[in-house]
Each structure stands twice: as C-alpha cells, then as structure tokens.
Design a protein around this ligand. Structure first.
Ligand code: MRU
Length: 364
C-alpha cells in the first residue's frame, strides 16, 4: 500500500488524517489516549476495523501514562481509559472487541509487574494491527470468487485500506478481484453527508488504478434500473446474531434497491465485526452526529439558520436483503444465524482436547 492508515512509531500512534483527504496527505501523531479518542470521534481515523486498531493503541498509551503501584489502581485507571475510548463511536463493535482484547491481556499479565504488562500490551496492539491486514487479504481472496469477470460493482462509504489497518473489506474483495485479472468497474456512492465515497474510496481506487466512476447517492436506483450495476458490496460496523447489518447510512436503501432489481447485495466484514450478543438489528446503538455535517459545507452554512436536522451515521439492513456475508473464515449465504455461530465458534472450539475448550471450561 502506498500509504499507512495507522502506524505505531517510537511510542506514538501515527494516523493518516482522513478529514483532510483527498486534498492533503497529512499525518497526525497521538501521544495520549485522550488524543486517540479525539481522533476517533473527529473521524481522523474511521471505519470499524481501523477504529478498533486505533483504540488498541489508545489502551496501550493509557497504560503507559499510568503511575499505578497496585493492580487495583491500574485496573481503575484502565477502566477510565476504556470508557473514554468506548464513548467515542458506539456503533462499530470492533472498538469494544479491541478494547476487551487489550483488557484481557492486561489482566492475564497483571501479576508479573507493570513493565511486563506494558510490553504485552504493545505486542497485542501490534498483533491486532497485523492480524487485521492478514484478515482482510484472506477475506478478499475468498470473496473475489463472487465477482464475475466484466461486472460493474456499486459500493457505499469507504470500506477500504483507509477503514482498516490495510487492504480493506469491501474494497479488499474488489482489490482481490482486480488483482486476479478480472475486468471490473466500480461505481462509488458519494456517501452524504461525510463524503467517504467521493473523498476516500475515490482516492484509494484511483491510486490503485481500479476503473471507477463517482455517482451521487440518489443515482443508484436509476443505474440499477438501466442494468448498469451487477452487484453491490459494502462493509459493516456490526453484524448481529440473525445477520442484520449496521453500516453507513444509506446502506439499507441500497439493499432494498438491490432486492427490487434482483441484484446481489454482499456484505464484507471480518469476524471481529460480528456481535452475537445482540439478537436483532433493532438493538444496535446508532451514532447520531453533529447537525453541522448537514447544515454546512466546507465550513460555510448552506441551510437556513436554526434548521432542525437529523443525522444518524448508520442504518440497519435486515438480513433478508443480504445475499451473502463474506468473512475471512468463509462466506455465509442464507441461514445466517447458524452460519455466524459456526464461524465464531468453530467445531475445534468445543473439542475436549482443546485446553481452553468447552469441556475444560465446564470442568472448572
Ligand atoms: O462513519 P464511518 O466512516 O466510520 O463509517 C464507515 C462505514 O460505515 C464502513 O462501511 C464500515 O465501518 C466498514 S469499514 C471496513
């Protein structure tokens, strides 16, 4: 990749500032967990997997700032760090997943002294970053089978290298298809109001030389009716137990349009985006963002003063409109409830021979 969305360099988290793209390629440094939290909230770093990885480094920075002398004090401090990070953006479950992973590592090493805890946290955050790239490559490799040669694909928002530690999810599948030599064309939804499509996806795909065309969000239906789109692929911020999918606002409308036009609607996401603790999509927390994202453009007001605004950042697509969910562990078509469970708890998980397996747990 010609750019790094996030990088750990000499004790700092370095982020490619996505609020400045595509006009400026500027990198910002986070030295404290509060700075990481601000960067997530202000969308300097965005996209569910990238938010998760950034939060892991936020936990690391939080631990490094600690002067705690006892595990109890350290635990209290880390609770504050995790609460601050978790409060930034509530929809992407990868954030919670990464914070929990970091907390577990801290807990497992607590008895070995703070130096060891710090070292183990750094190793875990770096592992999370590396794993995310590998996961996306695998997801892309598997998902590209669903992309026919010569097709036109619609994508929404940015589920690319910028939204992950690298390669991307929905764009990972598109990248893998392109790398496999398939002749594809990508239609990019502008993605109002934050313009992740026109600013970020367009930037990424053009950098890679993948043929693409920008459209305004309200053009998708007309293009589908004209037979110009053969499939849609998007990322996800949270996939719950029955297969309902939370993703960027506008995804639901696209899924319904695909349904009406009998066009496949694919969701590409790593297993870290799956949340089996929630049964149905209605229970997913939806982030509400500032009205200013709609009332202003480039810092200038574009609506009457005092205009009332609704600005949910995400919507929920019911599973019946999803053709398949593509993960690094396989593609799930139909029977999402069973498929998601199988992917999250593979048979080996229940094997008695596994040290930490179900049998082992039952014995304790
Ligand atoms: O508000 P954003 O830009 O963080 O929203 C991003 C999306 O909705 C993505 O589609 C999703 O996080 C998946 S990214 C691989």
């Amino acid at each position: 990749m010609a750019f790094k969305t996030l990088e750990w360099k000499k004790g700092k988290l370095v982020l490619l500032d996505q609020t400045r793209l595509p006009l400026k390629e500027v990198y910002v440094e986070c030295l404290t967990y509060q700075e990481v939290a601000q960067a997530i909230k202000n969308m300097v770093v965005r996209g569910a997997p990238a938010i998760g990885v950034a939060a892991a480094f936020g936990m690391l920075l939080g631990a490094r700032e600690s002067n705690a002398r006892t595990p109890a004090t350290f635990r209290r401090e880390m609770d504050k760090v995790s609460q601050t990070l978790l409060a930034t953006r509530p929809t992407a479950v990868n954030l919670l997943w990464a914070v929990e992973r970091m907390k577990r590592v801290a807990e497992e090493n607590m008895g070995k002294g703070m130096l060891v805890v710090g070292k183990k946290l750094q190793e875990e955050a770096l592992r999370l970053l590396e794993e995310d790239v590998q996961t996306n490559r695998e997801l892309g490799r598997q998902g590209q089978i669903l992309i026919p040669d010569g097709c036109s694909i619609l994508t929404h928002c940015n589920a690319g290298a910028l939204a992950t530690a690298g390669y991307g999810t929905a764009l990972g599948v598109i990248r893998a298809a392109f790398e496999a030599g398939k002749r594809i064309h990508v239609f990019i939804d502008e993605t109002r109001p934050f313009l992740q499509g026109s600013r970020l996806t367009a930037w990424e795909l053009m950098k890679d030389g993948i043929p693409c065309t920008l459209i305004a969000d309200n053009m998708a239906g007309a293009l589908m009716a004209q037979g110009k789109i053969q499939l849609t692929i998007v990322g996800a911020d949270r996939i719950v137990a029955n297969g309902d999918v939370a993703n960027k606002i506008g995804t639901y409308s696209l899924a319904r349009l695909c349904h009406v036009h009998r066009i496949p609607f694919y969701v590409a996401a790593p297993t870290s985006t799956i949340d089996l603790s929630i049964k149905r999509g209605e229970a997913i927390p939806i982030e509400q963002r500032s009205p200013a994202e709609l009332t202003s453009f480039n810092g200038r007001r574009i609506t009457p003063e005092g205009m009332r605004v609704l600005n949910p950042a995400f919507d929920v697509t019911p599973h019946r409109y999803v053709t398949a969910i593509i993960t690094e562990k396989g593609i799930i078509q139909k029977f999402f409830r069973t498929g998601l469970k199988k992917i999250c708890f593979p048979p080996s998980y229940f094997s008695p021979s596994r040290e930490e397996g179900w049998e082992g747990r039952r014995r304790r």
